[in-house]
Design a protein around this ligand. Sequence first.
Ligand code: PHE
Length: 487
Amino acid sequence: MEERKGFGTNFGFLMAAVGSAVGLGNIWGFPNKMGASGGFTFLIIYLILAVLCGFIVMLGELAIGRKTGKGAVEAYHVLSKKFKWMGWMGILSAFFILFFYCALGGYCIKYVVLNVGDLFGAGFGSNAMAAVADANGTSVGAEVFGAFLGNPTEAIIYGLIFVAITMIIVIGGIGGGIEKVCSVGMPALFVMLLICIIRACTLDGAVNGLKYMFVPGWAVANGVIDKAPDFLTVLATAGGQMFFSLSLGMGAMITYGSYLQKKENLQKNAILIIVMDTLVALMAGLCVIPGRFALDPDGTLGGPKLLFITMQNVFSRMGGLGPIFGILFYLLVVFAAVSSSISLLEVIVAHFVDKARDAGKGDKRKTYTLIAAACVGLGCILVCADALGSTGFAPGNLLGMTGELPTWAADWLDFWDMLSEGIMMPLGALLMSLMIGWEVGPEMVKEECEQSGHAMGSYGFFKICVKFITPLCMILILYGQIKEFFF
Ligand code: PHE
């Protein structure tokens, strides 16, 4: 039978797993949520949750993957009677996330091109919009983004380019595609981020950005937000952000774990992934938030508008070197998005490839990657054509809802996000901890961790958390998320 090929080195695995974790969530989610939810106070809650839930679920998923040596569907099938079907929920989540992730990845490629245009004074740069923005009393960023959303064909083309890039890397396989790209891409991303941070933090007025992010209560005291969110909201915001940001609860870490060699230390890897992801989230904050406070003080602080309006304004107003920093920044975001989307596609592809191999049909990676990418492409076209809800076929319209639509129903991006990030991922994490804690038993994780000959120092802690604390926190987080989406 064909051999199942995995990661060549632990470094390669680590870069791929960190690559999966570091994505759009770090750049437009974390810094803004931290600022709006109490600065350092939020950070501390985030870190506590990362230890009590993130670490437990991360280690659990890596162990499930490596023990079974299978993708998410088969892994749950082998281990559990009650939770057999969970892998399928992971595959579904992967599709839903990819639908909007690829659309947004495409937007980022467009913005690289836009800044290249500015660098050479070409007509396809954002400068061409300066006069329009002046006439309309808006900003260059707002005009550029408006024009882009008004041209869905262009968005679809960029989205599909992003899908194609993701597909080509996944066709290359784990060692030949994903590991190679991430081993170079992630260190490069880190260096690019450092350069952007230095530029952003030395702008006049940048210090307000640092205060917004770190000083508890600053955002309310200075009128950036109206009032501080209550504790349950903060908890749910921190928890939801953490799960999405660490790629947990949908099988990505199970899948990557299944390709990791038995000699590698799971516990250490789990800690490193979490630390690096949080570090990059903070670093992304040090890059975007001070830039916004210095050069676009009225700009949106989170979500697509932060990335595609506020940040473009920052680069447009930066003077001569603006386009160079623009190219560097948007390229960095493309790297972050690609290294996440390949892990999402791999969740889907791994299952079908494993099945074909086990049935003696040989290596079907190319075929299945093409089929999966085609399905993702369709979802991506839908999200691009919808252009953030501006064309009248939003989910709410189709469902016949009247009046002002709630966020999740107002556009397709938020709809897929609500299903995956809002519900399925926290639910997946909750059920996974229940499965390990009460059905399979936490000893499974201990045994798997100790395969490498390293003692699992955290076992006592892991056991209490996975049985009681993690599920309890997850219920609170899930409740908070549902409340935020629907009530
Ligand atoms: N962690 C990624 C981010 O922060 C998103 C992601 C979720 C990637 C789930 C893979 C799996 O943007």
